[in-house]
Write a protein that binds this ligand. Structure first.
Ligand SMILES: Cc1cc2nc3c(=O)[nH]c(=O)nc-3n(C[C@H](O)[C@H](O)[C@H](O)COP(=O)(O)OP(=O)(O)OC[C@H]3O[C@@H](n4cnc5c(N)ncnc54)[C@H](O)[C@@H]3O)c2cc1C
Length: 402
């Protein structure tokens, strides 16, 4: 969808386009295309972070006083849309989008002065320690224990599915500081460097064969009380505030549309088995891709409406859940079609051709490198960031009043 924009917004779009045309070099674009995970891997992410930082655009949602560009929601949407169309590397959201805003809101002046500039520059690379082996959707049941000893908390327990913990040098985490009262009332929000004694990271290799998530263990890890965000036992409020930033309005539709373009290219390049290519010969496939495009067009309108509502100072309420559901299910559909179009080239293990700095050629045509790994990785899209079922529960409660 090409939006009709006011003159100032259109000028802004052109400014972003010109910037991307200059800074997203063919090498960076090609490296981003070889990423199959949710976020670009550590090194690529750091390179793109640095480029955006130098431009002053790395934290689109941050206010000017903390080094952000001071953009409104519509400008942020336009920026996201243009980045997705161009195919920029995806910088992880844990630092700038999640941790930064809660430090601005709940941090002491000393915490803000220490953390925010380092977050912005990329010196600190953050991971999110919420989930535990027995606590995911029911997060308030978390058990990782923090016991106060003098000026420190002594932390014991484990966090799991921690995205990019292997690259991170800081983690924000939820710990149990009290077992009295409701489970929500005994949680605190702590910040820790990753290189402290007793903290260890074990990789979890995903179904695609890649290393994006981890289990993190805490064995008598000492975290200074000064690294607590908010009051003791008030971490649940901080945690909920942070999740609002995980599910805000973005331009997921333009990334899916780019993936549709890739499916189209594959379908035009692969044989149908009837003498021509899949695209020309298979009306059923064309119909399903067209149906997906229509759904993506609907999503694009919904995202644009959400950006405009936010620009006008209105909240988007349950729409955040609708957008999360639509983006994640359409991502899954487009990756399914890519694998189907690829046919037998979807079978080989392409790990040698994936990730930043990979130097092996894909097995088969160039377009065979990422679809299977993306298809496998995007199975998780309806789990992380609030699962499919949990989002439906939220909608049932907020919209249907059930
Ligand atoms: C790739 C990936 C990356 C992740 N990254 C991080 C990270 O960086 N940091 C972090 O803290 N966590 C991370 N997570 C964890 C993620 O937040 C949890 O997986 C998610 O919250 C679900 O929790 P769970 O895995 O314990 O599943 P469960 O909560 O046990 O859910 C199992 C199933 O039951 C369903 N279910 C649960 N409760 C209900 C209910 N009330 N009603 C109906 N159905 C229900 C769920 O939808 C799901 O289908 C990541 C997960 C994945 C897969």
């Amino acid at each position: 969808m090409d939006m009709v924009l006011a003159d100032a917004d259109e000028a802004f779009r052109q400014e972003v386009r010109a910037f991307l045309a200059e800074k997203l070099t063919p090498q960076l674009r090609a490296a981003a295309e070889r990423q199959a995970g949710v976020f670009a891997d550590g090194e690529l992410s750091r390179i793109w972070h640095r480029i955006l930082y130098e431009q002053g655009w790395v934290a689109p949602a941050w206010p000017k006083e903390y080094g952000g560009p001071g953009w409104g929601p519509l400008q942020r949407f336009i920026f996201d849309d243009e980045c997705n169309r161009a195919g920029t590397p995806q910088i992880p959201v844990m630092g700038l989008q999640m941790c930064g805003p809660v430090i601005m809101h709940y941090g002491s002046e000393a915490q803000k002065a220490f953390f925010l500039p380092r977050l912005l520059s990329g010196e600190h690379y953050w991971c999110q320690g919420y989930s535990e082996p027995q606590s995911g959707s029911d997060l308030a049941s978390l058990q990782c224990r923090a016991v106060r000893e003098g000026d420190d908390y002594v932390v014991n327990g484990s966090k799991i599915w921690t995205t990019h913990a292997q690259y991170a040098n800081w983690m924000f985490l939820l710990v149990r500081t009290s077992t009295e009262g409701k489970p929500q009332a005994g949680i605190s929000f702590l910040l820790t460097p990753m290189d402290v004694p007793g903290l260890s990271v074990a990789p979890i290799i995903s179904i695609s064969g890649e290393h994006e998530v981890n289990q993190v263990f805490f064995d008598n890890v000492r975290i200074p009380v000064a690294n607590r965000l908010g009051e003791e036992n008030a971490g649940w409020t901080v945690a909920k505030h942070l999740l609002e930033f995980e599910r805000g309005a973005g331009a997921g539709s333009s990334r899916i549309r780019k993936m549709i373009g890739q499916v189209l290219a594959i379908a035009r390049g692969e044989a149908s088995g009837q003498g021509g290519n899949l695209w020309d010969d298979d009306a059923d496939f064309r119909g399903r891709l067209a149906a997906l495009e229509i759904e993506v067009a609907g999503l694009a309108y919904a995202e644009r409406n959400a950006a405009e509502a936010l620009s006008a100072g209105r909240g988007i309420g349950p729409t955040a859940s609708v957008l999360k559901l639509q983006v994640s299910t359409l991502q899954q559909k487009v990756t399914e079609l890519a694998v189907e179009a690829l046919g037998h080239y979807a079978l080989p293990d392409q790990r040698g051709a994936l990730g930043y700095g990979a130097n092996a050629a894909p097995i088969g045509p160039d377009h065979a490198a990422t679809p299977t790994a993306r298809y496998l990785n995007y199975r998780a899209a309806t789990i992380y960031g609030g699962s499919y079922e949990v989002q439906h529960n939220i909608l049932a409660r907020l919209v249907l009043g059930l």
